[in-house]
Design a protein around this ligand. Sequence first.
Ligand SMILES: Nc1nc2c(ncn2[C@@H]2O[C@H](COP(=O)(O)OP(=O)(O)OP(=O)(O)O)[C@@H](O)[C@H]2O)c(=O)[nH]1
Ligand SMILES: [Mg+2]
Length: 339
Amino acid sequence: MKLAEKKEEFERRQSSGSGGVGYAVEKHGDATVALVGFPSVGKSTLINALTNADSEVGAYEFTTLEVNPGMLQYRGADVQILDVPGLIEGAADNRGGGKAVLSVVRTADLVVFVLSPFEVGQYDRLRRELYANKVRLDTAPPDVTVRKTGRGGIRVTTSDEVSLDHDTIRSVLRENDVVNADVTVRGDPDIDELVDAVMDNREYLPSVVAVNKMDLIDRDYLPTVESDLRERGVDPAEAVYVSAAEKRGLDALRERLWDELGLVRLYMDKPSRGVDYEEPLVIREGDTVDDALQKLGGSFVERFKFARVTGDSAVHDEQQVGRDHVLADEDVVRIVVRK
Ligand SMILES: Nc1nc2c(ncn2[C@@H]2O[C@H](COP(=O)(O)OP(=O)(O)OP(=O)(O)O)[C@@H](O)[C@H]2O)c(=O)[nH]1
Ligand SMILES: [Mg+2]
């Protein structure tokens, strides 16, 4: 596409009112990571360096107008990475077609903020857009259960740490159309978090900060970047510094993505074929034998008798476990099925 056409396309999207175009993104692989950043911070350059993707790179803004997926093969897992169009302030109100981009981001398992060392302040603005699009980052869902009942009003139970009083809790719930319910609140949510708990359309995602274009800065500019990060609540030691153009820092970034995704590799011990260390079955932290069976598909779910597990989740080698057993990374698992 020519630059002029791009501009036109961008303006068309700007004015296309609510919703705008949607992106059909098929989820592939074991987990999905979205690269989020302002235009021209180097998202496409980064996905090209990390994966097999071939996403257009341009020295002007809004080079990417589609969602481009790439696959990162790492430690036996397939991690899908999404290069999305640049976000700008007002994206959640659909500026620059931002709404469609944000809805793709919502489906990811991890958000990577891509920043330029000269514009670290974009971080706050990106987080605000995601917040407005009901994405909650780096926080666990509030510990609130709402069980709707037929009548009897709102009955509230709170644990000791809760600072909201019962009347406030009741009125927040009523404002959100909960009339009759048994409500249990634990922890110490504020009002916004309580609202989040009542609405079931919030996405809770972890995030990573990647500062790209590090090749452009001098050593003595680094403290500025670090203090800019600190000012925004990002521990500089937690950020990953890369140069997508020069392919530097990419190993650290891959490792960081891996850690944040919390994937669990299972080496399946297949009858008469031995243990498959090449292509692990990949599940999530906290997943059970049952989740592994679901992922295996076929008749494993119905015919399951027990599993034998060797590894960190087992108390001894070849431990016999049932469906509810929580598995650990690099467990060796043999599934025993009924004939
Ligand atoms: N020096 C340097 N330039 C980079 C780096 N990464 C990307 N660039 C340049 O920055 C410009 C924008 O890169 P893109 O990858 O197209 O940026 P983008 O974030 O995908 O931009 P949009 O698609 O418009 O949102 C291009 O000229 C790239 O060559 C880097 O690590 N160092
Ligand atoms: Mg791009």
